[in-house]
Design a protein around this ligand. Structure first.
Ligand SMILES: [Zn+2]
Length: 296
């Protein structure tokens, strides 16, 4: 399942071929993904120009020149690939050689060229069809069903120790569960929460409220955690961005990022800090990996 860094990597891959380009033709090959496509999807996109390719939590937000936003979620298995219309190699951050049409290619955007480059096909492939595409007026985006209940952006300026102290104060839930709560911080998944807690030396079971002082100020651990979240996400995005081409498999799907995880999926292995053996616990079907020695 794509996590936030992977979605950001996709955004960076799409931006060079979509920003400033026009939808010359749109192929919608079925009526729904996880939910139906919006009415008039093809008609409303055709002829529109892309102003910018953005991201909010795990959604891509593609701003169009008529002040609507194409909202895309990759779901469990969604991916994009970029193909040259004429069979040449497009000047994109990532690309895939032209293939015969796949049964799981549900949407094809035929984009005009930008900056003198030839146009490309941007193909959305989603075998499990948990993805989503919607068209939302820009002015209604924040209040839309996709975004109205989600918390702050973990890579934005709002995330700091003071935010964590304010959001977590008085909570007796474990800090890990609170970090996974999308209403507080949006887009943090299991892998990066485990890694951030290790980096900040905080036990996943610690009560969230202990990251705030009695006066509601951030503890040193809250400040460490805010920095750790940003660091693990940025490292993952760097890893994705620096090797994008390597992650496009023959199927055209984004492969797994080859992160050097410190705790995730390392049960029984030594903690990189030198003492302690990584443990795994299962809570509500999800594995938590942590070091019982250095995470308190
Ligand atoms: Zn350790």
């Amino acid at each position: 399942m794509p996590e936030l860094p992977e979605v950001e990597t996709v955004r960076r891959g799409l931006a060079p071929v979509m920003e400033g380009a026009t939808f010359l033709k749109v192929e919608q090959r079925r009526g729904d993904l996880r939910v139906p496509f919006p009415r008039g999807f093809v008609r409303r996109l055709t002829g529109r120009k892309v102003v910018s390719v953005g991201r909010r939590a795990k959604y891509l937000t593609i701003d169009l020149d008529d002040s609507t936003v194409l909202v895309v979620h990759l779901g469990m298995s969604g991916s994009f690939r970029i193909e040259a219309e004429d069979g040449s190699r497009p000047t994109a951050t990532y690309y895939h050689a032209p293939t015969k049409l796949s049964a799981h290619d549900h949407v094809v955007f035929h984009m005009s060229g930008v900056s003198g480059k030839p146009g490309v096909r941007v193909v959305f492939n989603d075998p499990r069809r948990f993805g989503l595409m919607d068209l939302v007026p820009r002015s209604e985006l924040a209040a839309s069903k996709h975004f109205r209940a989600i918390g702050i952006e973990p890579l934005g300026n709002a995330l700091d120790g003071a935010f964590i102290a304010k959001a977590f104060a008085g909570r007796s839930a474990p800090v890990k569960a609170s970090l996974m709560d999308q209403r507080l911080i949006a887009g943090l998944g299991n892998i990066y929460v485990c890694e951030a807690l290790w980096r900040a030396r905080i036990s996943p079971d610690r009560k969230a409220g202990t990251l705030a002082t009695a006066a509601g100020r951030p503890t040193p651990a809250a400040n460490r955690l805010a920095a750790a979240i940003r660091e693990v996400l940025e490292a993952a995005i760097r890893a994705g961005g620096s090797s994008l081409r390597d992650h496009i498999r023959a199927t055209g799907e984004l492969g797994d990022f080859q992160h050097a995880f410190n705790v995730y999926d390392r049960e029984g292995k030594p903690c990189p800090r030198g003492r302690g053996i990584i443990r795994r616990k299962v809570h509500s079907g999800r594995s938590t990996f942590y070091c019982p020695v250095c995470q308190r």
